[in-house]
Design a protein around this ligand. Structure first.
Ligand SMILES: [Zn+2]
Length: 165
């Protein structure tokens, strides 16, 4: 079953727990309804919902509901045990055991600044589009008012476009 996508990795690999935190998983990952309480090991004192595989029923990981402060950053994410999963590489079409993978450190700051740049670009494009729309409206109104001399109503932009044809 396909469980998730590396695009949805959203936290640093938790080395002690050997889990990958994903923001999103597929429908093949089932979130258990009942809350479990960790009575030993790394999840001692934490409450969580177990995650299991829809097709084979194997426990794949957990979704933390409450935890100690050191694991708080994993709360709400889908944590998949590295040792329970296989990773498939789209580029090389190869499969490797999750336990043998070292996942790159995520640099959220870099991602955020890239996102900011993209937002600014989109914002500028939207401004240009809004201005064009306003110009078109202005032209429409001018056309409807039926000026005596048609060309006198055209804004320079439109005149330029026409001469290019
Ligand atoms: Zn399975």
């Amino acid at each position: 079953a396909v469980l998730s996508d590396s695009l949805h990795l959203c936290a640093q690999e938790e080395r002690r727990l050997r889990v990958l935190a994903c923001f999103k998983v597929t429908e093949d990952v089932v979130l258990e309804d009942s809350l479990r309480v960790g009575i030993d090991g790394s999840l001692l004192g934490c409450t969580y919902n177990a995650l299991y595989c829809r097709s084979c029923g194997v426990i794949l990981g957990f979704n933390l509901y409450s935890s100690s402060s050191d694991l708080a950053y994993l709360r709400g994410f889908f944590c998949l045990f590295k040792d329970c999963i296989l990773c498939y590489f789209l580029t090389t079409k190869t499969t490797i055991d999750g336990s043998e993978m070292t996942f790159p450190a995520l640099n959220l700051n870099r991602k955020l600044s890239k996102l900011k740049e993209q937002l600014v670009i989109i914002h500028v494009r939207l401004e240009i589009l809004i201005r064009r729309l306003e110009e078109l409206n202005w032209q429409n109104m001018a056309d409807k008012q039926g000026c005596s001399s048609r060309t006198a109503c055209l804004k320079p932009e439109r005149a330029r476009i026409k001469s290019n044809n």
